[in-house]
Design a protein around this ligand. Structure first.
Ligand code: PLP
Length: 383
């Protein structure tokens, strides 16, 4: 008999971790690798946030908190959603979590019975289908296409709605495509009927047109958000859910059982992020945008397909079908021959096969050098 459950054995790994581990192995051999596979900000957490964390330690805010999170942070989250999107949510709807990942797992566990379906775009963030499968539910994919800027089409979603559909998941700006879903489409998706789970973790990292929260269009929705990306706080492990009231008590019980509460120090730091870090966010965003524009120009120059400019997050998904039908092989080839780490599209779903995800969460100097190396690699392609 097998000692490990089928569920735990079968959950797929993040392929990007295979790339990262290989890159580390090459670095140990003395090679200098440029990292364009990374999904986390290269900036340090802004000083005002770190100071709030230090102050929390000094004030002995080092205990379990209320399982929903400290009231000051829950109130600040409500104010943030009101100021930014003009939507009214109350602290009783907010559950503070140890990152967006647990928030995602918690809402899936409260929403999906075994055999239920959740509609997800393909490509998508890998955890979405993995968590659904882990719970015995079924991800149902709606393909999105490069020519369409990887926008979800409401009429395509409609075709996939069935008796077991419990929710539609949207993620705008999106990982891995950097696509920003138009307000018109969010509204149409919200009108389809099923509950919307909206992963808004990349909100704030938008260059040009403004992003919209699903809550502007419907109350039949759960928002997932977190501090990792916008505030460069990946290691603090802080996120939250905004849910309809009937979901909150069940979510709270899941939180109590699995996690007790989010970290107290991180919560005080998160409060400072919402109240004091506006200038820091603006500075980081300006830098990301400069890198984004450079990367768009250069990848096109290198012959990679990028039909529509990505407008958010810090990723772009570029078409490399003319080079290889296996994004996995191509990514490793680029890593080994050009010393540049990139993420194979296949990590994000079947429909991203033939693409690579490039991240601009790295300095402009490194991006320039990384793309120069790829250019050289392409010059020798097939040789
Ligand atoms: C779309 C998306 N959602 C959620 C997460 C998880 O973020 P965290 O758990 O750090 O808040 C990530 C991280 O890369 C992401 O890209």
């Amino acid at each position: 008999m097998n000692r490990v459950t089928k569920r735990a054995q079968e959950i797929p790994p993040f392929i990007v971790m295979d790339v990262l581990e290989k890159a580390h192995e090459l670095e140990r051999q003395g090679r200098h690798i440029i990292h364009l596979e990374i999904g986390e900000p290269d900036f340090p957490t802004p000083g005002c946030i770190c100071e709030a964390g230090i102050e929390a330690i000094q004030k002995c805010e080092t205990h379990y908190t209320h399982s929903l999170g400290i009231i000051e942070l829950r109130e600040a989250i409500c104010e943030h959603y009101h100021e930014k999107y003009r939507v009214r949510v109350v602290p009783d709807q907010v559950v503070v979590t140890s990152g967006t990942s647990p928030a995602l797992f918690m809402i899936f566990s409260a929403l999906l019975e075994a055999g239920d379906e959740i509609i997800i775009s393909d490509p998508h963030y890998p955890c979405y289908p993995n968590f659904a499968n882990f719970l015995g539910a079924r991800p149902v994919f709606v393909e999105v296409y490069e020519e369409d800027g990887f926008q979800l089409r409401p009429d395509e979603i409609k075709k996939k709605i069935g008796p077991r559909t419990r929710a539609i998941l949207i993620n705008s700006p999106s990982n891995p495509t950097g696509n920003l879903l138009s307000s018109d489409r969010i509204e149409k998706i919200a009108d389809l009927g099923p509950m919307i789970i909206s992963d808004e973790i990349y909100h704030g990292l938008v260059y040009g047109e403004r992003e919209h929260s699903v809550l502007e269009f419907t109350e039949n929705a759960v928002v997932l958000n977190g501090f990792s990306k916008l505030y460069a706080m990946t290691g603090w492990r802080l996120g939250y859910l905004i849910a309809p009231l009937d979901f909150v008590r069940p979510l709270q019980k899941v939180q109590q059982n699995f996690f007790i509460s989010a970290g107290s120090i991180s919560q005080w730091a998160g409060l400072a992020a919402l109240k004091k870090a506006e200038a820091d966010v603006k500075r980081m965003k300006t830098i990301y945008d400069e890198r984004r524009r450079y990367m768009i120009h250069r990848v096109r120059e290198l012959g990679f397909g990028l039909t529509v400019e990505p407008m958010g997050a810090f990723y772009m998904l570029v078409n490399t079908k003319h080079l290889s039908s296996s994004s996995y092989e191509l990514a490793f080839e680029i890593l080994e021959r050009a010393d540049v780490a990139v993420t194979p599209g296949i990590d994000f779903g079947q429909n991203a096969e033939g693409y690579l995800r490039l991240s601009y969460a790295n300095s402009l100097g490194n991006i320039m050098e990384g793309l120069r190396r790829i250019e050289e690699f392409l010059g020798n392609w097939g040789v």
